[in-house]
Design a protein around this ligand. Structure first.
Ligand code: SF4
Length: 427
């Protein structure tokens, strides 16, 4: 009988991607994958530490893995494993802890180990420079393929633990990326999402713009979406490329975090509100239909009511199609943990709600602006003959139809609702 392995992933898309990569290695080695919660011989939890809550959830999930399969060999990998193996090793039942890079060698480390052996711990030094990846590393959803091109970050924003966990920025070698993208042309994927911790830092003989240019020139490559990009790296060359190619989704996600210059500087972000606005205005002028999403953090230490109001005013002036709102919570090990003037949690809740209401209105008006337009939509899911997918500018589109799943279709947008639009298939 094949040995069974189960997985659970916490945190970001990158973690999801990396779990898929590890899953792939297990399948190739003859294991069968079972759902988390079922009896397994090996159970792997890929953890997250981006907030204290994520750490708590990671611990909770490790305990659940042990409860579901007490006889299984329990392996903890990912960011929490990299940064706090001491805490994890105190959980009875954990057998192996692997850091950021070591997790990909899990099968080698497993060789010859038993559940009764002493806990095995191996953490990464997080090397810099170029690296290669093996395996397919895509999401199990067969519509969109996630292509990781970069890891680590050198920015050290004062609230963020990621640079301490994932290490310095390093880029995947260009030939390795092109090979994987070329493999996607032979599969059923309709979209490639370029992903990384800080995509803008990509560099291997060429920058991100040239990399994207090389990718869109691969024969039959599906359309390409960028996961998130820091505004300081959006230059004219990059804007021209998005403008000129139908293969690149008309969608950018660029984290703003705050619209107040004092708070941005306390956060150690690399731009001012004015700079951010200039860039966005320039993009929208060139590509009016583009969907621009952002992240905003509310209640950062030192954020007085006036600073928050500056953010509100700033956001109202910008054409965001969606906004992810986060309330600040101190993360141990970061600079922001020790900053004075913490904002009261109730006040953070209230400010978050104000911003979420504005975000909702912004989204609604962006959806409304799309009515009458023709968009290319990749359909992903279906419920009672209503198919749902995303346009190039990242709005959810719903259409009646037959067998639209995993198809790219031209759609006329006919009506906007609160969170999506409806459309009619044109071909
Ligand atoms: S850019 Fe800032 S927020 Fe993003 S990963 Fe790097 S340090 Fe963290």
């Amino acid at each position: 009988m094949k040995k069974r392995v189960s997985f659970y992933t916490l945190g970001c898309k990158l973690n999801q991607y990396e779990t898929d990569n590890i899953r792939d290695k297990f399948i190739k080695s003859g294991y069968s994958v079972v759902n988390f919660g079922k009896q397994a011989d090996i159970s792997i939890v890929n953890t997250c530490v981006v907030t204290q809550k994520a750490e708590f959830k990671s611990r909770q999930t490790i305990r659940r893995a042990i409860k579901y399969s007490p006889q299984a060999f329990i392996i903890v990998v990912g960011c929490y494993a990299q940064i706090n193996d001491e805490d994890i090793s105190r959980i009875p039942g954990v057998n192996m802890i692997l850091g950021s890079e070591e997790k990909f060698k899990v099968l080698d480390f497993l060789d010859g180990l038993n559940k009764t052996d002493k806990i095995f711990i191996k953490k990464s030094s997080n090397s810099c420079g170029l690296y290669k990846e093996e395996g397919n590393g895509y999401f199990t959803d067969r519509t969109r393929a996630f292509l990781k091109v970069q890891d680590g970050c050198n920015y050290f924003c004062s609230y963020c633990i990621v640079p301490y966990v994932r290490g310095e920025s390093r880029s995947r070698s260009i030939s390795n990326i092109i090979n994987q993208a070329a493999n996607f042309t032979n599969s059923c994927f309709k979209e490639i999402v370029l992903t990384g911790v800080n995509l803008a830092e990509y560099y291997d003989d060429c920058n991100l713009t040239s990399l994207v240019e090389k990718l869109i020139n691969i024969n039959n490559v599906p359309r390409i979406r960028l996961s998130s990009i820091e505004v300081n790296k959006i230059d004219d060359e990059f804007i021209n490329l998005i403008t000129s190619s139908e293969k690149i989704c008309k969608h950018l996600h660029s984290p703003l975090q705050s619209g107040d210059s004092k708070i941005l500087s306390l956060m150690k972000r690399k731009y001012t509100p004015e700079y951010y606005k200039r860039k966005i205005d320039k993009i929208v002028k060139k590509i009016p239909e583009i969907g621009i999403g952002t992240d905003v953090m509310v209640g950062f230490p030192g954020e007085k009511r006036g600073n928050f109001e500056n953010t509100l005013k700033f956001i109202k002036e910008l054409p965001f199609s969606y906004i992810h709102v986060f309330g600040f919570s101190p993360r141990s090990g970061t600079e922001a943990e020790n900053l004075p003037d913490n904002v009261n949690p109730d006040e953070i809740k209230e400010r978050s709600q104000i911003l979420r209401d504005i975000a909702r209105e912004k989204k609604k008006s962006f959806l409304y602006e799309n009515v009458g337009r023709i968009e290319e939509v990749v359909f992903e899911s279906e419920e009672e003959k209503i198919f749902s997918g995303f346009s190039s500018n990242y709005i959810r589109v719903k259409c009646k139809g037959e067998d639209l799943r995993n198809k790219l279709k031209r759609v006329k947008i006919v009506k906007s609702e609160d969170l999506f639009v409806t459309g009619e298939i044109l071909n």
